[in-house]
Design a protein around this ligand. Structure first.
Ligand code: ARG
Length: 566
């Protein structure tokens, strides 16, 4: 049962106030000792022509002998409610353990489609730490929206088109060695790309050659197209390794190239709407009244660009998915770009474009020299992930040399630690990577939450022969137990907040708090000790079970895996 709803209904009956007014004024008291819910009586002072403290104490009397509310207490102008803990606990725990997958779920997304575009690395370029930030946030958002019943499509808008491919093809034709490239594709492609720029500084005709290659590529020439596909394929293979490590999946890899033949229509539409003006030979949409630089749609040489491809992509997505939301998880440096294209779409009278949202994020600072890379200056993401796994492996070796499946666990913990770090604070904040805090098993970290989960699971394993399905939860309502139980209940609001603000950190904060409360409970409430009576044991086991299930689901929504023992 919904305890808040119960209080709301009863207050409605007693005061005649509107349900909406009551439920929106009900608060959680700042201190648990003040009860579970508080109703500020100030709203009633005018209509009832009484002072709020008097109203509060009069209302309090009406809750005497209530089955659901143990106590209603006037405190100044507030009316504080204390729930019947046993009832609350048994309703909640049985609801979780009966249908654990459903906990925190909702149907608010039913019949609605959300597109989450994230990761979107560039072909033949390193998958860098910013792309990882996008991947962590995007993957988590996709899981959160799914949990809320939305139809979610995960999109990877690969950077696989543009004049740089003319340069790369030119470089490959001159210095490319397929055998060498095969061994370490992105790194080798990057090398010849860099070489192109060095050589072109002395020999500008290379630039003309590159332009010619890109033109051929645009015209669908067979040889250049097959080279381009080759670069794309080997790059994707490398990206895929990272996605597999992270457990990330996409429904579409339609990158910029996919939209290259869909831009004429956009240019046409914008022209017909009278939005295009000429500026230094280019066709642009003037946005000066919005204090933005013009959005360039066609360059002076007729070539199309990034923004145009993005506009074509949005139109395609609208037609293909008829989305309610189209979310772009891309770093803050591109905020202006998205503002510009959204404004252009608005001016094109595409009403659906209101569903487009840029979800930005801050910068990532790596711990400089401490980050080993096999590639010199460029920090390759795979190296960062591997380093985290190795460091975790060392910690395990040192602290628990007898642990089983060390490699498997080091992987889940090491990768979890990195994902957690990206989702720890609001997205806009810059992140400084620190191995010490990331892998601090006692601090706010993924290993801390994973350890809490593993601890719970180990208790449940030890109690394998106790059937606690009929536990009497009135045996587990001491303060520490009750605090933990209430935490379980706030999972759904954490999920809703996370979706509402496109901020996975609400769930991160939630699961960290839940684990903290669990540890406190673990330290104060013995479970398997011989002097604990069976009924108390059962109630505590049921609670541990529910906590484990919720930690697991919450971590899953962050993209983080759990391990059964640590
Ligand atoms: N490939 C781009 C980059 O690495 C990110 C693409 C962002 N998405 C978009 N629809 N423009 O910077």
């Amino acid at each position: 049962m919904d305890f808040k709803k119960y209080v709301t209904d009863k207050l409605k009956e007693l005061t005649g106030l509107d349900e909406q007014v009551i439920s929106s004024s009900l608060e959680t008291p700042p201190d648990e000792k003040m009860g579970d819910l508080a109703f500020p009586c100030f709203v009633l002072a005018k209509v009832m022509r009484k002072a709020p403290p008097i109203i509060a104490s009069e209302l309090a009397q009406k809750f005497e002998n209530d089955e659901i509310i143990d106590k209603a207490q006037a405190a100044g102008g507030y009316l504080n409610f204390f729930f019947n803990r046993a009832k609350y606990a048994s309703e909640l725990i049985s609801a979780i353990n009966r249908a654990p997958e459903a906990w925190g779920k909702s149907d608010i997304g039913e019949g609605k489609t959300v597109l989450v575009e994230y990761s979107s690395p560039n072909i033949a370029k390193p998958f860098h730490i910013g792309h990882l930030f996008s991947t962590a946030v995007g993957n988590s958002l996709a899981r959160i929206y799914k949990h809320l019943g939305y139809n979610v499509q995960s999109l990877n808008h690969l950077g696989d088109w543009g004049t740089q491919f003319g340069k790369l093809i030119c470089a490959y034709k001159r210095w490319g060695d397929k055998e060498v490239i095969e061994k370490d594709p992105i790194n080798e492609l990057l090398k010849i790309y860099v070489k192109f720029h060095e050589e072109a500084a002395d020999n500008p005709s290379l630039e003309d050659e590159a332009r010619e290659y890109f033109k051929r590529l645009e015209d669908g020439d067979e040889e250049t197209t097959s080279l381009w596909s080759y670069f794309r394929e080997v790059s994707l293979k490398e990206f895929q390794r990272v996605y597999d490590m992270l457990g990330v999946k996409f429904d579409s890899y339609n990158g910029e190239a996919f939209y290259s033949d869909k831009m004429d229509e956009v240019v046409d539409i914008l022209r017909k709407k009278g939005l295009l003006v000429e500026s230094e030979g280019a066709q642009v949409v003037d946005l000066s009244d919005k204090n933005m630089p013009p959005c360039i749609i066609l360059k002076s040489d007729g070539a199309t660009i990034y923004a145009t491809r993005d506009i074509a992509a949005a139109l395609y997505r609208h037609r293909t998915y008829n989305f309610d939301k189209n979310i772009y998880v891309v770093g803050n440096p591109q905020a202006l770009h998205f503002k510009q294209i959204f404004e252009v779409m608005r001016r094109a009278d595409w009403e659906w474009s209101e569903g487009c949202t840029h979800v930005g994020f801050g910068l990532v600072k790596l711990p400089g020299k401490n980050m080993s890379t096999r590639h010199g200056d460029v920090v390759f993401l795979e190296d960062v992930l591997n380093e985290s796994i190795e460091k975790t492996r060392e910690i395990i070796e040192k602290n628990s040399p007898d642990m089983e499946d060390k490699d498997e666990k080091a992987k889940k913990i090491g990768i979890g630690a990195i994902l957690y770090t990206f989702l720890k604070n609001s997205r806009d904040k810059d992140i400084i990577f620190s191995w010490d805090s990331m892998l601090d098993f006692e601090g706010e970290s993924a290993p801390y939450c994973q350890y809490g989960y593993a601890r719970g699971k180990s208790i449940l394993r030890r109690a394998a022969d106790i059937d606690y399905s009929d536990a009497d939860m009135s045996k587990a309502v001491s303060d520490d137990e009750y605090t933990l139980i209430k935490q379980l209940n706030s999972f759904s609001s954490a999920v809703l907040d996370a979706a509402d603000k496109n901020e996975p950190f609400y769930i991160n904060r939630y699961v960290t708090g839940l684990t903290k409360a669990f540890n406190k409970f673990y330290n104060t409430c013995p479970i398997m000790k011989s002097d604990v009576d069976l009924e108390t044991k059962k109630a505590r086991l049921a609670l541990v079970d529910a906590v484990c299930r919720v930690i697991k689901t919450a971590l899953y929504l962050l993209g983080i895996e759990t391990v059964e023992s640590m």
